[in-house]
Design a protein around this ligand. Sequence first.
Ligand code: FPP
Length: 237
Amino acid sequence: MSQEKRIPQHVAIIMDGNGRWAELHGLQRHEGHAAGIEPIRASLRAAIRYGIGYLTFYAFSTENWGRPAQEVDALMELFCQCVIHETPELQRQGIRLRTIGDNTRFSEKVRSHLARAEEQTAAGDRLTFILALNYSSRDEITRATRQIAARAAAGALDPERIDEATLSAALDTAEYPDPDLVIRTSGEKRLSNFLLWQASYAELYFPQVLWPDFSEEEFDRAIAEYDRRDRRFGLVK
Ligand code: FPP
């Protein structure tokens, strides 16, 4: 049997616990989100070290619009500042930035900063860094279904021929492999509308650490745990 560590090809992360971290440190919630940038950098470094091809972060859910306006505004500003400041480093590291989710609800400013960063990093071939923004699985599947139904109604698609591949290809993640490992920090054990279709066979890992304290060593622990899991995909081994 090979002694080589099994490495996931795609890791998806639910960054949870920023608010609790801020409270613990006597800070405002938005400061907790700002402290959540360094763990993203640490995860990108670790992913490159392992040769992981895809890293997805749940940065803003469709439900997050319901948070206080001040917090939503601070998150929007953080997305803009972050893509402006980090893009040169992403380019240097060969990291390609992409987004999933319905970006039509974002301001023109946010959309243009994201589009520019995606364009400027398009040649990155070491790692695909995917931000889920205004994302939820139910919304994604609903949009995909609408698109498939429109094609069927136009006579371009025979409903009898709709299969899993048709739906996968209509999702925002069509170009990416399914996640092998989903990490949610802060000890909460939920998927919260994140990659529900794509994570059907993913290993789930729920460390206690709050997201701002997630480090390269925490990432190493997640990979070690993944290596110990016995993935059977519904088969007998
Ligand atoms: C969940 O913690 C975290 C979020 C809703 C936001 C995550 C966003 C970032 C870390 C910023 C990312 C920026 C870029 C550019 C990707 P919570 O607020 O729900 O924490 P709590 O459960 O402790 O209140």
